[in-house]
Design a protein around this ligand. Structure first.
Ligand SMILES: N[C@@H](CCC(=O)N[C@@H](CS)C(=O)NCC(=O)O)C(=O)O
Length: 331
């Protein structure tokens, strides 16, 4: 009996998320409370960003309309509980994939949409040029991030003493840093670029130090035990990367329907099969690419050279252009 009760408690909140989403008519997408470039409302209140494009891609694939998602803002601490409880269908929120998160938290990652690493942001006035000079520093971080542990490990290994200032709400930790309550802000390098540009009054008064002290592979997460939904999210991301690799863009996708390339034809559903396998319509990837764009378009618009963040492609370039983005083949 006790065993059965335990088993029931371990059942995921919704074992069939795809049916739930189709029935509800929109995707509940867990995002940040506002993190420019990744997930933040614009001046019209429309959510935008690289992670928001993950929400939009899934909405396009499942419901044929990228607009059919609801952004559920979550701070770092709340995100996995929201996923476990069924409050969200998908977590698309600069979340690092780690062994612990993929196992013990009832979550499982559905790919990587941004390869990152942890770094340091400091006021130029401090005159610090390298993280090795941070002995004795006060370091601001957000509660519930992987950044807290990484910082502790790195400091120990490098014989650096520091004083952590760990705050739960994002705005408050940024305010603490801006007010000089800590010398350093430490989180993912993409986060630092975002904070510097969008949250600090004089971005030029701050500098990101050259050291990157960890690997932070960021990607969408779903609940464990729902393989159909895991596939929907995973292949929505793959379709965006594959489209970039094949040269299919939001602009040319209609012409590409006539492409003789077997890969393009399978991706766009001209040769049917992939849609059925995913329990989606055959236009699933076409709808993503037409409405959201391929991975490169999304990257440039949100965080790349077409955005205020101006993050170079770096590790996030395609594998055949020196990066790590490698779409599993749609066939
Ligand atoms: N990638 C790291 C850090 C992610 C993270 O939550 N970063 C903070 C930046 S300080 C954030 O996004 N905060 C936004 C919010 O809470 O709304 C992780 O997965 O733990």
């Amino acid at each position: 009996m006790a065993g059965l009760a335990l088993l029931a408690a371990l059942q995921p909140a919704h074992a069939d998320t795809l049916s739930v989403v189709k029935e509800r008519g929109y995707v509940q997408c867990g995002v940040t409370t506002g993190f420019a470039g990744f997930s933040a409302p614009d001046e019209k209140g429309q959510w935008r960003g690289l992670d928001i494009d993950m929400c939009r891609a899934v909405a396009a694939a499942v419901l044929g309309d990228a607009g059919k998602f609801k952004a559920v803002p979550l701070n770092s601490q709340q995100r996995f509980t929201a996923l476990q409880s069924g409050e969200i269908d998908l977590l698309a929120r600069n979340t690092s994939v780690t062994e612990q998160r993929d196992t013990a938290l009832g979550a499982i990652h559905a790919g990587i949409n941004f390869y990152d690493g942890q770094g340091f942001l400091v006021p130029k006035a401090l005159g610090v040029k390298s993280a090795k000079e941070l002995d004795g520093a006060t370091i601001c971080m957000q509660t519930g991030t992987s950044n807290e542990n990484t910082m502790a490990d790195w400091a120990r290994a490098n014989h650096i003493q520091y004083k952590p200032v760990v705050i739960e709400q994002f705005s408050e930790v940024v305010n603490a840093f801006a007010a000089g309550r800590c010398d350093v802000f430490s989180t993912d390098a993409s986060g630092l670029a975002s904070i510097r540009i969008s949250r600090l009054k004089n971005p030029d008064d701050y500098v990101v130090l050259p050291e990157i002290i960890s690997k932070e592979p960021l990607g969408p997460f779903v609940r464990q035990g729902d393989d159909v939904w895991l596939n929907v999210v995973k292949w929505s991301l793959m379709a965006m990367i594959e489209a970039e690799e094949l040269g299919v863009t939001s602009q040319n996708v209609d012409q590409q329907l006539k492409s003789p390339s077997p890969s393009v034809r399978r991706l766009l559903g001209v040769t049917p099969g992939a849609g059925k396998n995913l329990h989606l319509g055959e236009k699933w990837a076409y709808d993503i690419i037409r409405q959201v764009g391929n991975y490169g378009e999304s990257f440039e618009r949100n965080v790349g050279m077409g955005s205020p963040l101006k993050i170079p492609r770096g590790l996030n370039a395609l594998w055949n252009q020196g990066g790590l983005m490698y779409a599993l083949p749609v066939r």
